[in-house]
Design a protein around this ligand. Structure first.
Ligand code: BES
Ligand code: MN
Ligand code: ZN
Length: 495
């Protein structure tokens, strides 16, 4: 879908979208259209339950000779308008027009008296929301009829000062590029995206100026990454470590670091998972997908900051070469791990990826993302990701940015008491801590591979894939984390 910005010039034909405030209060443009159509908008509202609440929609069909359709979209109370609400408005309008069979539409937007957000910024956010919702992963649907696909091809956003809105949209457009990249990677099946091809996806960022290195199994063996390699040893696919660097900041300034779990398929290994729903484990590389999409967003908008992103890419398979329950592996840190359950593999991959990142880059902080535990879904469902941290400031910043961009996170504790649950008789630790507090003991495990570096772990198992549409996220891969971390970087670590 194409998004364009234009100065106001109300069209006499086609499809027009106009805003209506709470209690059916027409915006100036809606008022003008109502006048031109002999009061069709007011009559249509009176004949319906439409009140103008945020994201409410009402179609007024063929209200004049020329106009095919006027869509009224609720904006709520003017003083409550936020950039998030503007995004949602863009999203619901796109979904609606796509279902209605409309190919081209003009959304005429007014600068609203009394709004707390600036008009150009609101319009840029609206465009961002429109783009995020227009996403669809349909490359393998070869038999779908045209009239079953979303119809919208072009949305023109019309407002005074359209140039400012277009300029404001530019960085958001780059963030959307990152989100879309992540969603695509997460949606691809595991016969297409496996460690080598996921690493190649990372390499495409070289065209944006990102430095990319890919380590294979021989190099990781030399580094002593026995924890990561143990997970991949049952797979015919070679494990990879993807290392990306974006140096947009001061030369020599310590980078910030993001680390992703990239289990391209998680069968559970010898501790094999039940068949039902196992196909979901194609998105067990969601953390890696986010750090790659995030780098695309940051490099795309030329963020003035030094960032590294590291993704541990493996496939967890059962086979005659797979690791067994009870195996003891030695991690790059030198710490030994008794692998009680081969399905608790994400933490093994991250253990070496975190240690490597800390040792090589001495980052200002590390944030890892992982679809790490089913237990986080039991705790938080699908509305918050779980955060664990050794640093209050980092945790607070994540919570605040998450609220603002609509990717909410909720902090859970780490402490010595939980840490004891993963002590082992046979090795320095074991990779599972029992049923109790499963997400916390997973985080405790990771923390054993972090020294004093400020660190946060985000368990995204409940938010990486959505079974329902929301205003700006169509069902499927969400890209959750890209906006959150882009916002964290933009707000606190640039310049
Ligand atoms: N990838 C899974 C976690 C997961 C479950 C992600 C459901 C998304 C949806 C992870 O590798 C895993 O299998 N975790 C186990 C850990 C257990 C063996 C301690 C789990 O959560 O059951
Ligand atoms: Mn697993
Ligand atoms: Zn997993």
């Amino acid at each position: 879908m194409k998004i364009a910005f234009a100065e106001p010039a109300l069209p006499e034909s086609g499809t027009l979208v106009v805003g209506v405030l709470d209690d059916r209060q027409l915006t100036p443009t809606a008022e003008a259209v109502d006048g031109r159509t002999g009061g069709a908008l007011v009559r249509a509202m009176a004949a319906s339950r439409f009140r103008g609440k945020p994201s409410e929609l009402l179609d007024v069909l063929a209200p004049s000779d020329g106009l095919d359709r006027v869509v009224l979209v609720g904006l709520g109370k003017v003083e409550d308008l936020t950039l998030r609400k503007a995004q949602d408005t863009g999203g619901v309008v796109v979904a609606h027009l796509g279902r209605a069979g409309v190919k081209k539409a003009v959304f005429a937007f007014d600068t609203l008296e009394g709004a707390k957000v600036e008009g150009a910024a609101a319009l840029a956010s609206l465009a961002f929301g429109a783009r995020l919702r227009a996403y669809r992963f349909d490359k393998y649907r070869t038999r779908e009829k045209e009239d079953q696909k979303p119809s919208l091809e072009e949305l023109t956003l019309m407002a005074a000062g359209a140039g400012d809105a277009a300029a404001g949209f530019e960085p958001l457009d780059k963030v959307a590029d990152g989100v879309v990249f992540t969603r695509n990677l997460v949606s691809e099946p595991a016969n297409i995206i496996y460690p080598e091809t996921l690493a190649q996806a990372g390499q495409t960022l070289e065209s944006l100026g990102v430095q990319v290195e890919v380590l294979g199994e021989a190099q990781m063996k030399d580094l002593g990454m026995g924890a990561l390699l143990g997970v991949g040893q049952g797979s015919a696919r070679e494990s990879q470590l993807l290392v990306m660097q974006w140096n947009g900041g001061q030369t020599g300034e310590a980078p910030i670091a993001f680390i992703g779990k990239g289990v391209c398929f998680d069968t559970g290994g010898i501790s094999i998972k039940p068949a039902g729903g196992m196909e979901d484990m194609k998105w067990d590389m969601g953390g890696a997908g986010v750090v790659i999409g995030l780098m695309k967003a940051l490099a795309g908008r030329k963020a003035p900051v030094n960032v590294v992103a590291v993704a541990g890419l493996v496939e967890n398979m059962p086979s005659s070469t797979a690791q067994r329950p009870g195996d003891i592996v030695t991690s790059m840190s030198g710490q030994t791990i008794e692998v009680i359950n081969t399905d608790a593999e994400g933490r093994l991959v991250l253990a070496d990826a975190l240690w490597y990142t800390q040792e090589r880059f001495k980052p200002k902080f590390m944030i890892d993302l992982a679809t790490l535990t089913g237990a986080i879904i039991i705790a938080l469902g699908h509305h918050h990701a779980g955060v664990f941290a050794n640093n209050d400031e980092l945790a607070d910043r994540l919570a605040e940015c998450g609220r603002d961009v609509g990717e909410a996170v909720w902090r859970l504790p780490v402490s010595d008491d939980y840490n004891k649950q993963i002590n082992s008789e046979a090795a320095d630790m074991k990779n599972v801590g029992g049923r109790d507090a499963g997400s916390i003991t997973a985080a405790q495990f990771l923390q054993r591979f972090v020294n004093d570096t400020p660190w946060a772990h985000i368990d995204i198992a409940g938010v990486t894939w959505s079974k329902k549409d929301t205003p700006t996220v169509p069902k499927g891969g969400t890209g959750f984390g890209v906006q959150l971390l882009n916002e964290l970087v933009a707000r606190y670590y640039e310049g």
